[in-house]
Design a protein around this ligand. Sequence first.
Ligand code: ATP
Ligand SMILES: Cc1cn([C@H]2C[C@H](O)[C@@H](COP(=O)(O)O)O2)c(=O)[nH]c1=O
Length: 230
Amino acid sequence: MPQHASAFLLAIEGGDGAGKATAAAGVAAQLNAAGRTATVLSFPRYTHTLGGHVLGDYLAGRLPHTASPRAMATLYALDRLESAAVIAAAAAAHEVVVFDRYIASNMAYQAAQVPADDARDLMAWIARLEVDQFGLPVPDLSVYLDTPADIARTLILQKRSRSYTDDALDAYEADFALQTRVRTNYALMAAAGLLGRWATVPTIAAGSLRSPLEIATMIVDRLDDARPDR
Ligand SMILES: Nc1ncnc2c1ncn2[C@@H]1O[C@H](COP(=O)(O)OP(=O)(O)OP(=O)(O)O)[C@@H](O)[C@H]1O
Ligand SMILES: Cc1cn([C@H]2C[C@H](O)[C@@H](COP(=O)(O)O)O2)c(=O)[nH]c1=O
């Protein structure tokens, strides 16, 4: 197995329906076609980890109680902690590991569920939990896919069925105000460089959605900007 101990860790981030899974697959396909080995890991890992399974039940509305943002953040973090060996194996075998959501999703979504004045503290708490306590790697680059919430809602409704729910919208997707606060948080995190380096890729140009190919190409360009030696 080829060893790439210093695989580039690229996180694709954004609100629900921003086009992350499509972009992550497109980026990996472009890199692999160019002979640069890449793989995609999507979080939550609904069907692979205990944490992911519980999160699917939560998002599908099958759990009887709501949980605090810190409790939810811990569950999402546990899904990644359970996946630590999978992340390490992916990084050892590929030049680039593309995360379809990673730690920044936890920061953006859970901080969107506390008063705005408490958001930065919660983001810092989540970063300490996942990076300092759980030992998860910081991404080399996070790309914020900036898709307006109304367009993202249309894209969510086009999605194929998910492993954890048959509903068209899960609990977070159905909450339009939450999606708006999430977008605000991502813009803040990208501007402040929380959890490392960021690039923002607007998915709309001249009023129209860019093609998946164009979006993937823009992300690969940002990746190359972030490591000009490769
Ligand atoms: N640039 C694009 N142009 C047209 N359709 C797109 C584009 N990007 C994504 N889609 C479509 O929109 C839907 C949602 O895309 P995708 O699953 O990639 O979003 P996502 O951000 O991963 O969603 P979620 O966070 O809810 O899992 C899919 O049906 C996908 O084919
Ligand atoms: C990884 C991660 C995700 N979330 C939120 C974001 C989404 O609303 C759901 C996951 O849904 P998807 O359709 O599978 O993208 O969970 C979060 O709050 N914290 C996280 O770490």
